[in-house]
Ligand binder design. Structure first.
Ligand SMILES: Cc1cc2nc3c(=O)[nH]c(=O)nc-3n(C[C@H](O)[C@H](O)[C@H](O)COP(=O)(O)O)c2cc1C
Length: 335
């Protein structure tokens, strides 16, 4: 039986739904969740062996990833005619790492999305065609955010470039962050976890030469030796494609000082699935929010109030080639 879903064997339909929902977007493809069965309920837990440290210092991306998983499971359940509802744990339970519980509910989750949408969703890191999301699509996204208690802010990708370039240099200058990237990249098909999790060369759109170069440059020994002689700048230049091209950057603003990150992760999933129905794909980017300098600049540009917090940033645009033609990112099979 799959180790992630201990106790679910008696309820194969739920076990299958949990596997489908694991296609949810999640930071570094760590898949930081574990699900087990307690009586009639499914308990969602944080898997501490799979949570990010330096790259997610406040745990924001982990909570967003849980939110993405929750929304994906509710959608897949609704699609299969299984009524489920989710209740988040209050305060977080440090001992059990419980994030929340799914329970059966006679009324199914109300959603316009299906498990096919969840299966087809993917992040886009390839080249972009010229053009921005149509205004009516952005207006609908803003309304969706508002219904969930958030607000959306935006800027054209060309305006976002300087933020991204600065944030990438900061990201690649931090030894602990680069060590974590090294831990979660699978830059050779021979990596033992290549088909399980993490960020592989196909997802990062790297050629064979690029993947070999990156693998060497972010290895702790080489990084330590070359950090002081321009390696962070070189690595940032190697990821320049993430800063180039057309489209729009959207930010999600949470209304309270204690940000509602799980709910924001659920919202992100609805927004991303909605965009995908219009042929628009997203690239979430955490560094501009984590880098203190760009975060402060963004708070000024987007006029984030004292009692608000920026909880997510992602690009949205039109891919230059068909994303469905690319192999989907891996998910662990457990066992
Ligand atoms: C909260 C969150 C933060 C993310 N941050 C980044 C990021 O900074 N850069 C990036 O390239 N992808 C980012 N991603 C995308 C994930 O790497 C991606 O969802 C994961 O690798 C699985 O791939 P898939 O979404 O295509 O299935 C983020 C995703 C989430 C949910």
């Amino acid at each position: 039986m799959d180790a992630r879903f201990s106790g679910l064997s008696a309820d194969d339909d739920l076990s299958a739904l949990v596997s489908e929902a694991a296609r949810a977007a999640n930071a570094h493809n760590t898949q930081p969740w574990g699900v087990d069965c307690q009586g009639d309920e499914l308990v969602l837990r944080r898997d501490r062996t799979r949570t990010l440290g330096a790259s997610d210092p406040r745990g924001r991306d982990t909570m967003l990833s849980f939110g993405a998983f929750v929304e994906s499971l509710l959608i897949c359940a609704a699609s299969a005619g299984v009524g489920l509802r989710f209740e988040a744990s209050t305060g977080g339970d440090a001992e059990t790492d419980e994030v929340g519980r799914f329970s059966r509910h006679p009324e199914g989750y109300q959603t316009t999305f299906s498990s096919a949408d969840v299966r087809g969703r993917r992040v886009w890191r390839g080249r972009w065609r010229d053009g921005a999301p149509p205004p009516d699509v952005l207006t609908a996204a803003a309304a969706e955010a508002e219904r969930a208690g958030f607000r959306l802010v935006s800027m054209p990708t060309r305006d976002a470039r300087p933020f991204l370039i600065r944030a990438n240099r900061w990201f690649f200058g931090d030894a602990a962050i680069v060590a974590e990237l090294h831990r979660w990249t699978r830059l050779s098909p021979r990596h033992p976890d290549y088909g399980e999790d993490g960020l592989n060369d196909a997802m990062l759109v790297l050629s064979k030469v690029e993947r070999a170069g990156l693998r060497m440059l972010i290895s702790p020994r080489v990084f330590r030796a070359l950090r002081g002689v321009g390696l962070p700048g070189l690595l940032a230049r190697m990821s320049a494609s993430a800063t180039q091209g057309s489209g729009t950057v959207l930010g999600v603003v949470s209304p309270t000082e204690a940000p509602q990150e799980l709910a924001a992760g659920r919202l992100l999933t609805r927004l991303w699935l909605g965009f995908q129905r219009h042929g628009l794909y997203v690239h979430p980017q955490s560094a501009p929010l984590d880098c203190p300098e760009t975060r402060a600049m963004l708070e000024e540009r987007w006029q984030i109030a004292r009692d608000e917090q920026l909880v997510a940033w992602f690009r949205v645009g039109i891919p230059a080639s068909d994303p469905a033609a690319r192999v989907a990112s891996p998910r662990r099979s457990g066992g």
